[in-house]
Ligand binder design. Sequence first.
Ligand code: AMP
Length: 532
Amino acid sequence: MEHIIGIDLGTTFSCIAFMEGDTPKVIPNLEGFATTPSVVSFTSSGKMIIGNTALRQAVTNPQNTLYAIKRIMGMKFNAKEIEQFKKRVPYGLTEAENGDVMIEVQSRTISPQELSSIILKYLKKCAESFLGEDISKAVITVPAHFNEHQRQATKDAAKIAGLDIIRVINEPTAACLAHGLNSRKNTKAAVYDMGGGTFDISIVEIEDGVFNVLATSGNTFLGGEDFDNRIADWIKDDFQKETDIDLSSDGLALQRIKEAAENAKRELSFSVESEINLPFILSHKTGSKHIKKILSRKKLEDMTKDLIQETFPFMDKALADCGLESKDIEEVILVGGQTRMPLLKKMITDYFQKQPIEDINPEEIVARGAAIQSEILQKNLSDLVLLLDVTPFSLGIETENRKYTKVIEKNTTIPTKKTMSFTTVEDNQRRVKIHVLQGENENAEENVSLAVFNLVGIGLAPAGVPEIDVTFEINADGLVQVSAKDMETGREQKIEVQPSSGLSAEELNKIIKRSIEEQKKSDAEGIDHGKT
Ligand code: AMP
């Protein structure tokens, strides 16, 4: 039987796994590493490099080295998070015609979907080389609070890469699966996931082999990179104090500082001191400048403790959403490389008054869970292990006076289907505009706009008489369909909801075609896909 791989497409690192018998196994990349940096770079000759090789040359080619793409997947250019993000990355961003964010590189613009597809294609190639067979199907994971656009963008990226996504699952759910498959006991778990760019907390109930995600909360803009930035700012500020030179506009120096900051942070999870050594950081009229300093674990903790504390209100909220207290949690699962930090482990242990489970590498656990999910789907074991997820946000439509009416409340178990009745506001109104929204705010404009469509041909009637049933359906992947029906005339009108942003089918096909041609060309020219 063809293998279906599990993919954890991470902000900073990605990981893939497959099932070998009953055990999920991580597939190493072409260089033999368990995880691959989610980085794509273009050299001055237009050559594309991926993964470790791309990361290694980020220092010398910052503008053309594209990382943290997951943070902008499915997002609008004018989102306030993009404003923040723009200041942090050395590459350019621009706006697509439909308002989506695009990346500018070497005088061309690329969508986040296409860039992610390059990483996915590389991962597919690693799996094919390792397993010795073609791979066409995968289960992919996304942060629990990814909205509709972000989920769709992830699926589109996989499609461009030639992968058929048989299921999209939430990362914390995958983590639970990786831990829970072997344990048949009934329990309540908290999954604390902090990777490179995102933070998620999920409360999961496991009962007789059934996994039920009771609540999820988190922040798409809080992760390991924020810790790196704190260290980088400290290095930069100290350098300025000592030399009166501001490195803020020196992209190359900043990139080197950031890399050194991350290395020091990683080292400090295992030792109490780390030396930061950056010779020739700047050639200046007063002579070459160097950076050499010691960062202690204590200093790192002082600089970043508040970032860990920032996660606490999300934990309080997730627990409150499902009516639990921290003492009700029996298992704590840590996911993501950043959770290796000793202070983080201690603060989480104190919060839950419980030692976290630590028997699987935190960077691999999600991909392993995705591989297990693929096995469940392939062998139709869903009666053995049921995986119930919840909607991370409420869904509904815009109603009178720009208000928002929820149809499906957040934390509803999916798949789900719900119908709500609406009516007209004017006499003899023949059409209604249905604006589909995702979010919690009572004002329509404060929520994420998913789609707009018109229901036409409503029967002549005074205001408030027609009954228009709006049905929301969310499938097991968390993807949403909305339909509307005029009950007054009895005429049923099915309406397909097209996302108001993201790639259209036409654009997607164009990119797929171009990608196949580029692949052929790169195979012929031997373009580097991550191999050194
Ligand atoms: P992930 O996306 O799960 O691979 O997590 C990536 C994040 O984990 C990055 O911000 C890394 O810097 C961070 N990370 C990896 N190893 C460690 C470590 N030993 N200590 C602290 N953070 C780490």
